[in-house]
Design a protein around this ligand. Structure first.
Ligand SMILES: [Zn+2]
Length: 315
């Protein structure tokens, strides 16, 4: 069986998987905290470190599975379709026009392709689903909010590599400053980061200790009103943005994944209310919204499958 490696680069964790068919046969997760690395170092220093850590993790897997022929990376950033470079990454600040595929290929001696992490996850979800040539939208709720579109069975990256950058749809003009440089982007409210900000903003100064979205979810499940309110904001902003998206790209399936989708029950009601209210009436209740049941496998499988495709965006 031909093997490919799929890598999911996140703001906090790096995951490397070896994929055969549609299955991950080996996986390793490393806590890397690339976001803090980029925040506290000059971009060239952070970049060298990102390449060193990622190639070390890959080389370890390749030593065990030398028959891996190529590697696909899902990266949280805008990928220039002309040269495959990472043009910018709102959650890995400072990086600009870096040649991830080239730098990694030299370090691991294998061909490497790079695609946006949410688009790779969208492709993984599509291939793991029963859809043969349909269309779907994937929304990944994590450190940021990513999106990926599969149309007639093909991933759609757009001419500038920013198709479905749904996290940067402005839902609150003049609102919170985003890593992309604008204000009021959806991911400043509906991501794990956004939930943390909502919770901190609602706290009295004396106890405005920063806690993460998982801890806030635990508080919310126990009935903490401020914690619940932070998730209500997230669900509302996500529903608002998705209603816009569905009016532009009319698909029948939406899959929500990413680490924060575990807290979906805290957002679901307000999300549905907002989505149905904002949709065009003929679209109401016509779109299937599902939480991914592939846990976090889709990103790695999608990246690996894209690496195995000849011309990865023109399959
Ligand atoms: Zn933004």
């Amino acid at each position: 069986m031909t093997l490919f490696a799929g890598v999911d680069v996140g703001g906090t964790n790096l995951r490397v998987g070896v994929v055969g068919g549609l299955k991950i046969i080996h996986e390793k997760r490393t806590h890397t905290d690339f976001t803090s690395l980029c925040q506290s170092n000059p971009p060239d220093v952070a970049w060298q470190q990102i390449i060193a850590v990622t190639s070390a993790a890959l080389n370890e897997a390749l030593q065990q599975f030398p028959q891996v022929t190529s590697v696909g990376i899902g990266f949280p950033g805008f990928i220039d379709p002309k040269n495959g470079h990472v043009a910018q990454s709102p959650n890995l600040p400072g990086l600009k026009n870096v040649d991830l595929a080239g730098d990694l290929a030299r370090a691991i001696n294998r061909p490497v392709i790079v695609e946006n992490d949410a688009l790779a996850a969208a492709y993984g979800e599509f291939r793991l689903s029963s859809l043969k040539d349909g269309s779907l939208i994937y929304i990944g709720l994590g450190t940021g909010v990513g999106g990926g579109l599969i149309q007639a069975g093909k991933p759609s990256a757009g001419e500038h590599g920013v198709a479905m950058e749904v996290g940067h749809i402005i839902v609150e003009p003049g609102g919170r400053l985003c890593g992309c440089g604008n204000r009021g982007c959806m991911e400043q409210y509906a991501s794990a980061t956004g939930v943390g900000i909502s919770y901190a903003e609602s706290s009295a100064k004396a106890d405005s200790q920063l806690i993460d979205a998982d801890q806030i979810a635990t508080l919310a499940a126990a009935g903490d009103k401020r914690a619940l309110a932070a998730y209500v904001v997230a669900g509302d902003k996500l529903g608002q943005a998705l209603a816009h998206i569905l009016k532009v790209v009319d698909v029948g399936q939406v899959i929500v994944g990413g680490g924060m989708s575990k807290a979906w029950p805290l957002m679901q009601q307000v999300f549905n209310q907002r989505l149905q209210a904002d949709l065009i009436p003929v679209l109401r209740d016509k779109v299937n919204i599902n939480i991914s049941d592939n846990e976090d496998r889709a990103g790695i499988i999608g990246a690996a499958l894209l690496a195995g495709a000849k011309d990865h965006l023109n399959l």
